[in-house]
Design a protein around this ligand. Structure first.
Ligand SMILES: Cc1ncc(COP(=O)(O)O)c(C=O)c1O
Length: 482
C-alpha cells in the first residue's frame, strides 16, 4: 500500500537517510530501546512509526519487557557447548535418535538438564526452566520429591533386597498391593505389578481373556493404551498402529461416547477397555453418564470393564482416581506413570479377586503371567512414599483447584484468537484445541495484518492470497489452504 513500509524496509531507508550502513534493529535479539531509537530517527525524516501491536491489540512497553525477561538468547552455534552438554548431544544424535536430535536442534531443545526439583529443570550453566511436560505424566509429585528420595535412600542404606521373587514374598510390594487395593475404587483384591503402562494394559487384556475364556476385546476410537502389540491392538489411533500390523485379531473399535455401538459390540466380549478421559487423544472428556452406563453394559454382557487410569490416575483429574468422579467400580484398573513419584518404573494392574482367581487361581496357572522386574521392592517403596505424599499433601484437591485456575486464565488469554477452538479439561489434564481447518485463523490473520500495516482492508487486499481475499470479501471463513 502506498505510503506504508514494513519495519525492515523502513529501517534500511531511514538509516540510509542518516548515511549509516549498519544492521540496526533487525534480528531476534533486539532490545526494545533500539526499536524506540529507530522510531525516533524515522520520525526525524517524516515517517510515523506504528506502535507495537499483536493480533490487533496494542502492546505496551511494560508487556514487551515482561516477555523479554522470559526470552533466553539463542545459543550461538559456533560456541562450544559446556561440560556434559556437547558429548550428550553427540551421543544422543549418533546412538539414540538422529531425527529427534535434528528436531531438538532446530528448535533449540537440544539442552541437557543436570538438575531437577519440583517443576524446575536446570541446565549445567544454571538456567532454570519450568517443566510443562512432566515426564509424559509420570511426575505428579514433580522431580525428586524429598519424601520419595529419602524413602529410597533409606531402602538402599538398609541394604533391603529388591528382587526376591520365587524364593520369598516381597515386603514392600505386598504392602503397596494392600494400600492400592484399599484406595482404589471398587476395592480390588489383587494387584499385578509391572514396569510400564503398556505392560499394565497387557496384563489387563490377558486376565480378561483367561478369566472369561472369550477373545474379543472392545476399545474406543482415538484411544491410547500403549505401544506393545497387545496394547496397540486396542489403541484406536491409526498413526501408531499402521507400521506394525497385523495386530491381535478379534478387536472391535467403537466410537468414544457411543453407548449403542458399545452395546452391539460388547456382547460375548472378554473386555471393554476405556480411558476415563482420553489423554493422548487430546484430553477428550466423555459425555456425562457414559462411563457409568458402559460399566453397566459390561456387567450385563459378562465382559470385564477395564479402566485405563494410567494417565488419569493418582490425582491428575482432581481425585485420586478419575473413576471416583462417576462412582465407578471397574473390574480391572490400570495405573502407572506417577506411581513411583517419577523415580523408578512401576505399573500396577488392579483386579477384582474373583476375576483374577478365574484366570490364575490354581497352582499350575499362578505364574502364567509374570515378569522378572515387576513387583520389585525398590519401586514399591517409592510407590508407598508416593501414596503418602499424594494423600498427606492433598495433591488431588490441589490439582482440581490449580487446574480450574489454569483453564480460567487460558480461556481469557485465548479469547482474542479465533483459531483457538476450545480450552477444556479436568483437574490438571488440560488441552487447548486449535481450529483444525484454520477458519478462525482468517480473522486473526486479518487483525494481525492490520496491526502491521495500518489502513483498511481494501489497501491490504493486494497483498492477500486469493482465497483469503475472496473469503474476506464474502465475509465468511474458509480454510486457509492455498
Ligand atoms: C492412557 C494410557 N495408557 C497407557 C499408556 C502407556 O504407558 P507407557 O508409556 O508407560 O507404556 C499411556 C501413556 O501415555 C497412557 O496415557
Amino acid at each position: 500500500p502506498t505510503q506504508q513500509l514494513n519495519g525492515c524496509l523502513g529501517d534500511t531507508m531511514v538509516l540510509a537517510l542518516e548515511g549509516r550502513a549498519e544492521s540496526f534493529s533487525l534480528g531476534r535479539e533486539l532490545p526494545l530501546e533500539r526499536v524506540r531509537t529507530i522510531g525516533r530517527i524515522a520520525a526525524r525524516h517524516g515517517f510515523t512509526p506504528v506502535p507495537l501491536a499483536s493480533f490487533g491489540r496494542p502492546v505496551a512497553d511494560e508487556e514487551v519487557l515482561r516477555l523479554a525477561r522470559h526470552h533466553h538468547p539463542a545459543r550461538s552455534s559456533a560456541a562450544p557447548a559446556p561440560g556434559v552438554t556437547g558429548p550428550t548431544r553427540r551421543r544422543f544424535r549418533e546412538r539414540i535418535n538422529p531425527p529427534m536430535a535434528r528436531l531438538f536442534g532446530a528448535h533449540g531443545l537440544d539442552r541437557v538438564f543436570t538438575r531437577g526439583s519440583g517443576c524446575t529443570l536446570t541446565t549445567e550453566d544454571g538456567t532454570d526452566y519450568l517443566d510443562f511436560v512432566a515426564g509424559y505424566g509420570c511426575l505428579n509429585l514433580g522431580h525428586n520429591h524429598p519424601a520419595v528420595t529419602e524413602r529410597l535412600r533409606d531402602f538402599l542404606d538398609r541394604g533391603s533386597p529388591t528382587f526376591v521373587q520365587y524364593v520369598s514374598m516381597p515386603e514392600q510390594a505386598a504392602e503397596l498391593a494392600e494400600r492400592l487395593g484399599d484406595l482404589a475404587p471398587g476395592r480390588p483384591e489383587r494387584v499385578f505389578f509391572s514396569n510400564s503402562g503398556t505392560e499394565a494394559v497387557e496384563a489387563a487384556l490377558k486376565v480378561a481373556r483367561a478369566a472369561t475364556g472369550r477373545t474379543r476385546l472392545v476399545h474406543t476410537g482415538n484411544s491410547y493404551h500403549g505401544k506393545t502389540l497387545g496394547a496397540l491392538s486396542v489403541t484406536g489411533r491409526a498413526r501408531h498402529r499402521e507400521a506394525f500390523g497385523p495386530l491381535l485379531p478379534d478387536t472391535v473399535e467403537v466410537p468414544f461416547g457411543d453407548l449403542d455401538a458399545l452395546a452391539a459390540a460388547v456382547d460375548g466380549a472378554a473386555a471393554f477397555i476405556v480411558e476415563p478421559v482420553q489423554g493422548e487423544g487430546g484430553v477428550v472428556l466423555p459425555p456425562a453418564g457414559y462411563l457409568k452406563a458402559a460399566r453397566e453394559l459390561c456387567r450385563r454382557a459378562g465382559a470385564a470393564f477395564v479402566l485405563d487410569e494410567i494417565q488419569t490416575g493418582l490425582g491428575r483429574t482432581g481425585r485420586l482416581f478419575a473413576a471416583e468422579h462417576d462412582g465407578l467400580d471397574p473390574d480391572v484398573l490400570c495405573v502407572a506413570k506417577s506411581l513411583s513419584g517419577g523415580l523408578v518404573p512401576i505399573a500396577a494392574t488392579l483386579c477384582r479377586g474373583d476375576l483374577w482367581d478365574a484366570a490364575y487361581g490354581s497352582t499350575d496357572r499362578a505364574l502364567l503371567h509374570s515378569s522378572t522386574f515387576g513387583g520389585g521392592n525398590f519401586a514399591a517403596a517409592a510407590g508407598l512414599a508416593t501414596l503418602d505424599v499424594l494423600t498427606s499433601e492433598g495433591l488431588p484437591e490441589h490439582a482440581r483447584k490449580v487446574g480450574e485456575h489454569l483453564r480460567g486464565a487460558l480461556r481469557a488469554a485465548c479469547a482474542p484468537y479465533g483459531f483457538v477452538k476450545d480450552v477444556r479439561g479436568i483437574g490438571l489434564m488440560t488441552a487447548i484445541e486449535f481450529d483444525g481447518d484454520f477458519s478462525g485463523a482468517v480473522s486473526s490473520l486479518t487483525d494481525e495484518l492490520l496491526t502491521r500495516v495500518p489502513g483498511d482492508l481494501h489497501a491490504l487486499a493486494d497483498w492477500l492470497p486469493d482465497d483469503l481475499r475472496a473469503a474476506l470479501a464474502l465475509g465468511e471463513s474458509v480454510p486457509l489452504v492455498a
